[in-house]
Design a protein around this ligand. Structure first.
Ligand SMILES: C[S@@+](CC[C@H](N)C(=O)[O-])C[C@H]1O[C@@H](n2cnc3c(N)ncnc32)[C@H](O)[C@@H]1O
Length: 263
């Protein structure tokens, strides 16, 4: 059944504040599952299954799917998928969900709510996930993929690109959702770089880079000055006159190692 008909049948009006732009094209859901190469022995986390369009395609692969949805109004609609024995449905705010209950190396396939992209990424990056296929708004995708020197580059870009490999695998136009969002979406593949995870503490690096981007328009020197006492040695080795968006992930890692890393 079409997503819009399902919503009508269950009398559900979508909420903007929950980022409820539901996928209405089953073919796109199939493409995402295919590109993610979902296998029967995978454990897949889906954040916000919504009306279950993507969920149903994930379940057909035989993979164990754990859907975490905040909106209890969607219960009757999503419970139609309980016929799949491989489905676990949890009604909870994902940001409060105990992610440690998932087995190590779980995978993520989700069309995530736009307004909490940052907190979702933080929770995933700090977890035992192995890789994620995330549908995000195009501009979020551009920010996470932004190269050195691009004004779109943020501290999140640096952390994600340092600890993971990020690539765009699909573009999905706005016409494939109900209601239609203002912008197109992209599907990103974010895959954990285990060597970097083993060597550095992502939580400390997250705080470090976030402070380095404290004032994006100022130089790295001026940002570092706010939390490092003496920059004399560092100034001799690195060009601290760069703005944070102009600094490579390698240079961030080197400075991090010198200053803060306990390893
Ligand atoms: C962009 S929609 C995607 C829905 C569905 N996966 C699809 O592709 O059609 C985002 C979904 O996330 C849910 N959501 C929003 N905030 C959430 C949160 N904090 N925790 C869990 N789910 C949330 C919304 O209710 C909605 O179902």
């Amino acid at each position: 059944m079409k997503t819009s008909d399902l919503l009508k049948q269950y009398g559900i009006k979508l909420k903007k504040n929950l980022g409820q732009n539901f996928l209405s094209n089953t073919e796109i859901a199939r493409q995402i599952v295919e590109v993610a190469n979902v296998k029967a022995d995978d454990v897949i986390l889906e954040i916000g299954p919504g009306a279950g369009t993507l969920t149903e395609e994930l379940l057909k692969t035989g993979a164990k799917v754990v859907g975490v949805e905040i909106d209890k109004r969607l219960k009757p609609l999503l419970e139609r998928l309980n016929e799949f024995e491989n489905f676990t449905l949890v009604f909870e705010d994902f940001l409060k969900f105990d992610i440690s209950t998932l087995p190590k190396h779980f995978r993520v396939v989700s069309n995530i709510p736009y307004s909490i992209t940052g907190p979702i990424l933080k929770k995933l990056l700090f977890s035992d996930f192995s890789d994620a296929y995330l549908m995000v708004q195009k501009e979020v995708g551009e920010r996470l993929l932004a190269p050195i020197g691009d004004s779109n580059r943020s501290f999140l870009t640096v952390v994600v690109q340092t600890f993971c490999t990020v690539e765009k695998v699909l573009t999905v136009s706005k016409g494939n959702f109900v209601p239609n969002p203002k912008v197109d979406s992209v599907v990103l593949h974010i895959s954990k770089n285990t060597e970097v995870y083993e060597k550095y503490d992502i939580k400390i690096f997250w705080d470090f880079v976030s402070k380095c981007f404290g004032q994006k328009r100022k130089t790295l020197y001026n940002n570092l000055k706010t939390f490092v006492n003496n920059l004399d040695d560092l100034k001799k080795k690195y060009d601290l006159t760069l703005r944070p968006e102009q600094v490579s992930k390698e240079m961030f890692l080197q400075i991090f190692e010198e200053l803060l890393s306990p390893n």
